[in-house]
Write a protein that binds this ligand. Structure first.
Ligand SMILES: NC(=O)c1ccc[n+]([C@@H]2O[C@H](COP(=O)([O-])OP(=O)(O)OC[C@H]3O[C@@H](n4cnc5c(N)ncnc54)[C@H](OP(=O)(O)O)[C@@H]3O)[C@@H](O)[C@H]2O)c1
Length: 349
């Protein structure tokens, strides 16, 4: 059997960090060797430092691991970051400067000119940017949790029909705010029509992801996007109501066909976290629903439904994706699997 690559996890005690620990417990290619978090957790056993909120038990091996400080003296050269964005920027740069590959969920470096922002099914080719770097380390980023569902739904349409404009209204789960997140009295029986910084991310990140990498420079997609983001009383799973204007005329059937037949490099390479179908379209007009569909494809499939014509734009539909799996830890793992399958991690083996 092939030896697994040892990996470290920064921000291992947070809600995304815990999802990583869960997903890595049986990973065929990566072995969680080190966990790190803030000074308040460092030096403790993971079991004592973490307030475990996953539904599965803490993996036995992780329980006994001693939480390290987030300092670039860890032995694993591939590092996943689930750090709070208040501290992620500097810490991730320190690791990259010392030759580590950091695959991050935090927003801080997503728009750096030398950092790819990757959804493996959408822009796997953008990874090539890290080959051009002079330094031995690199930061690779995963987009915002609501951007990922949106760009996956847009990718086949942009390729076939060209997207001119998008209007999106989100209904985002409380787990997106981390743990402990919002006070229960604020969110139960309520909708909060503001998530700090979220609308800007949804309006800008898809342009980098759907853009092209030309001579190691990003040529951003020219799409107008308007986003309104709401927090709703759902635990996991972000729902998005999307309206799109296309450059070419098409039909409802053609659009559904483009989603149903969509398959990309992660599926061709049979990566361990790649869902067989990255996109599932539901014909039942009451679907998709977070409670029923967020775990499709082990949380990595994006569900779409309610495609219809739109009197303001051309078409409208509803997208659902799991925010801590596809939108965070699972998405980052898929990026790292793609890197491994394409030889980017050979130097660490
Ligand atoms: N939740 C989601 O759905 C989601 C989706 C996509 C992306 N993200 C992004 O992923 C990251 C993690 O999110 P989260 O929801 O898991 O946040 P969280 O629950 O608040 O966890 C934050 C983690 O950062 C660590 N940390 C805080 N201050 C630190 C410091 N000064 N030095 C070292 N470590 C420190 C914490 O360690 P201690 O426990 O020791 O304080 C904890 O492990 C954020 O950047 C977030 O924006 C989240």
């Amino acid at each position: 059997m092939e030896t697994k690559l040892e990996v470290a996890l920064l921000g291992a005690t947070g809600s995304v960090g815990q999802k990583f620990v869960e997903l890595l417990s049986n990973h065929p290619w990566f072995e969680l060797a080190e966990v790190a978090a803030s000074d308040k957790s460092a030096g403790k056993k993971y079991f004592d430092a973490v307030n475990w909120v996953m539904t599965s038990p803490i993996p036995e091996k992780a329980k006994e691991m001693i939480v390290q400080k987030c300092e670039p003296n860890l032995k694993s050269r591939l590092v996943f970051s689930a750090l709070d964005s208040n501290v992620a920027g500097e810490i991730e740069s320190e690791f990259a400067n010392k030759g580590y590959y950091v695959v991050s969920n935090a927003r801080n470096h997503r728009f750096d000119d030398d950092v790819p922002l990757i959804v493996p099914e959408v822009n796997p080719d953008h990874l090539e940017l890290i080959k051009s770097k002079n330094s031995s380390g690199a930061i690779i980023t995963n987009p915002n949790c609501s951007t990922i569902g949106l760009v996956l739904s847009l990718k086949p349409l942009h390729e076939l029909f060209g997207i001119e404009a998008v209007n999106v209204v989100t209904l985002q789960a409380v787990s997106g705010a981390g743990y402990p997140g919002l006070a229960s009295l604020d969110i139960i029986d309520n909708v909060i029509p503001f998530i700090s910084g979220e609308e800007g991310k949804m309006e800008s990140e898809p342009l980098k992801i759907l853009g092209e990498l030309k001579n190691n420079k990003f040529d951003y997609a020219k799409i107008k996007i308007s986003a309104q983001c709401n927090r709703v009383s759902v635990i996991d799973g972000h729902t998005e109501c999307v309206q799109i204007k296309l450059k070419k005329k098409t039909s409802l059937n053609e659009i559904i066909k483009s989603w149903e037949s969509f398959s990309s490099l992660p599926q061709k390479l049979n990566l361990p976290s790649a869902p067989k179908q990255p996109i599932v379209y539901f014909y039942n007009e009451k679907y998709p629903q977070p409670k029923l569909h967020r775990n499709l494809g082990n949380g990595m499939t994006v569900s779409i439904g309610r495609l219809r014509e739109c009197s303001l734009f051309d078409f409208k539909f509803v997208v659902l994706s799991h925010n801590t799996v596809r939108g965070a830890a699972g998405g980052t793992l898929l990026i790292s699997e793609l890197m491994k399958a394409q030889g980017y991690l050979d130097k660490f083996l």
